[in-house]
Design a protein around this ligand. Structure first.
Ligand SMILES: Nc1ncnc2c1ncn2[C@@H]1O[C@H](COP(=O)(O)OP(=O)(O)O)[C@@H](O)[C@H]1O
Ligand SMILES: [Mg+2]
Length: 246
C-alpha cells in the first residue's frame, strides 16, 4: 500500500459575484500516491492553475477539502496556512521567481530561513549538486540561463523536503533542451528520491515524462491517461479542444 500524498475531496472554486461568477473548479476529487509524477493538461481557462493553487494551499477552495500527506490543509489563519505550505509544499512557477539580489545558495536557503529552520548548507549544496549547479553557488540569477534559473527554483522547492512539489508550466519559458533537463530532473526526483510531483503543462512532450496525465475541461476532470506518450496526449488534447470548442 502506497500512502496518499495528495487528496482532493469535492473541491470547487468559484470566483466573482453573481453577475460575473466563474466556476473555475467544479467538484474535483482525486487521490495521488506518494512517489507519483502527474501532469495536468487542459485548454486555457480550464482551471489548471486554480487546481494547483487550491491543492498547494495558495488559494482556498469555495467548498471541498484538501489533504496533504493525510493532513487537511488548515481552514484557519493565514499564518497557519503559511506554515502548512512551508512545511509540506514546494512550488515552481513558469517565471522562476528568484530574488535577483541573492546568490544561488541564498535563494535556495531562503525558505528555510523564513521558516525559522536550521540552515543546512551542506544539504542545500547537495541539492544544488543534484540539479547540476554545484559550481554556481555564488552566482546571481542574472548570471544564469533560464534553464539554470529554473533548476535553482527546483532546488529551492526541494530543499525543505516537501510532501508534494507543484509546478505551474515550469518548462513554459524554456527552450527545448533546457526544458528536457528540467523534466529529467523532476522525473529523477520522483524515481530516485520518491518525491511526489504535480505539473501543469500544455506540452504533450513534457506531459509524457509523467506517470499519468489528468485532463481538465471547464473545471472538471474529464480524462486520465496512465503511461502517456506524447502522441497519445496530443491526440487527446485535440479531442478535448473539439469538446469544449477552442
Ligand atoms: N482571480 C480570479 N478571479 C476571477 N476569475 C479567475 C481568477 N483566476 C482564474 N479565474 C478564472 O477561472 C477560470 C480558470 O482559470 P485558470 O485556473 O487560471 O485556468 P488555466 O490555468 O487552465 O488556464 C478561468 O475562467 C479564469 O478566467
Ligand atoms: Mg494557468
Amino acid at each position: 500500500m502506497v500512502a496518499e500524498a495528495l487528496r482532493l475531496d469535492a473541491v470547487s472554486r468559484v470566483y466573482g459575484e453573481s453577475g460575473t461568477r466563474v466556476t473555475a473548479l467544479d467538484n474535483v476529487s482525486l487521490v495521488l500516491p506518494q512517489g507519483s509524477f502527474t501532469a495536468v493538461m487542459g485548454p486555457s481557462g480550464s482551471g489548471k492553475s486554480t487546481l494547483l493553487q487550491c491543492a498547494a494551499g495558495l488559494d482556498r477552495p469555495t467548498s471541498g477539502r484538501v489533504f496533504v500527506d493525510g493532513e487537511e490543509i488548515a481552514d484557519g489563519s493565514e499564518a497557519a496556512l503559511t506554515k502548512f505550505r512551508r512545511d509540506r509544499i514546494g512550488f515552481v512557477f513558469q517565471q522562476f521567481n528568484l530574488l535577483p539580489t541573492l546568490t544561488v545558495m541564498q535563494n535556495v536557503t531562503l525558505p528555510l530561513k523564513l521558516a525559522g529552520r536550521k540552515i543546512d548548507r551542506a544539504g542545500a549544496r547537495a541539492v544544488l549538486e543534484r540539479v547540476g549547479l554545484g559550481d554556481r553557488l555564488d552566482h546571481r540569477p542574472s548570471e544564469l540561463s533560464g534553464g539554470q534559473q529554473q533548476r535553482v527554483a527546483i532546488a529551492r522547492a526541494l530543499v525543505s523536503r516537501p510532501s508534494v512539489l507543484f509546478g505551474d508550466e515550469p518548462t513554459g519559458a524554456l527552450d527545448t533542451r533546457s526544458a528536457r533537463d528540467v523534466l529529467v530532473l523532476l522525473q529523477e526526483a520522483v524515481q530516485v528520491y520518491g518525491q511526489t510531483v504535480v505539473m501543469v503543462t500544455h506540452d504533450p512532450v513534457a506531459a509524457s515524462y509523467a506517470d499519468a496525465v489528468l485532463f481538465l475541461a471547464d473545471g472538471r476532470i474529464v480524462g486520465h491517461m496512465p503511461r502517456p506518450t506524447a502522441d497519445a496526449v496530443a491526440a487527446q488534447m485535440t479531442h478535448l479542444g473539439d469538446l469544449v470548442g477552442v
